[in-house]
Design a protein around this ligand. Sequence first.
Ligand code: 1GP
Length: 248
Amino acid sequence: MTIEQYILDKVRNGKVHMTLFDPDKQSVAKAAEMAVKCKEAGTDVIMIGGSTGITTKNVDETAIAIKERTGLPCIYFPAGPHAISTKCDAIYFMSIVNSTDPIMITGAHAYASPYIKKIGIEPISMGYIIVEPGMTVGRVAKANLIKRDDTKTAVGYALACQYFGMKFVYLEAGSGANEPVPPKMIADVKKAIDIPLIVGGGIRTPEDASATAKAGADVIVTGTLVEQTTDEFKIKDVIDAIKNRSGQ
Ligand code: 1GP
């Protein structure tokens, strides 16, 4: 089964949680150890990537260790056409649709596609929309950030992604954002599109996780959470809130 199909099947049956590991932020051993805790807490998929300091070596090593220890699917979350890992199961083939830089919209993709074909990694087509505050990825991607109250523009971009034939829409507030994507924006985007909606950036508490899921996100991504705590119960509280099984 493809990783895309695996995610679609999971989304059909409930909310999905993905844990993002930035290989530049911790050792390989620490990433693998935390991935085990995240699996026990109920995470479904591992994403590997970051906006800076990414090399093929650190992505490969992180993917190998996490896969060995958890058996969870690993998706490479690329910052550009460099460092494409043969050790991940899939790569987000993502267009940053509100970037002002053509390289981020289709240019890097044209450069990377022949290599993706050659190594045979599964590309997962996704439209990536960066919302304020956007953080490092907003800057690196030269995004024309969507204002937090501008749900209309977010809906327009999301629907355009669907009409382009992309398989997922990703609303991103930026890693480490002080607030996640506003629930109203999530709800309006979800209402407008028929493809699954991924939301990430700034989700570190059960309250924010629950609000994001309830607003309509199908897939919720957390990254900073596992950098800030080694407490599997804190991670589990967030994942339980996403999956609406608190108190069970
Ligand atoms: C991935 O940006 C998210 O989309 C991760 O954000 O690090 O804030 O959880 P956090």
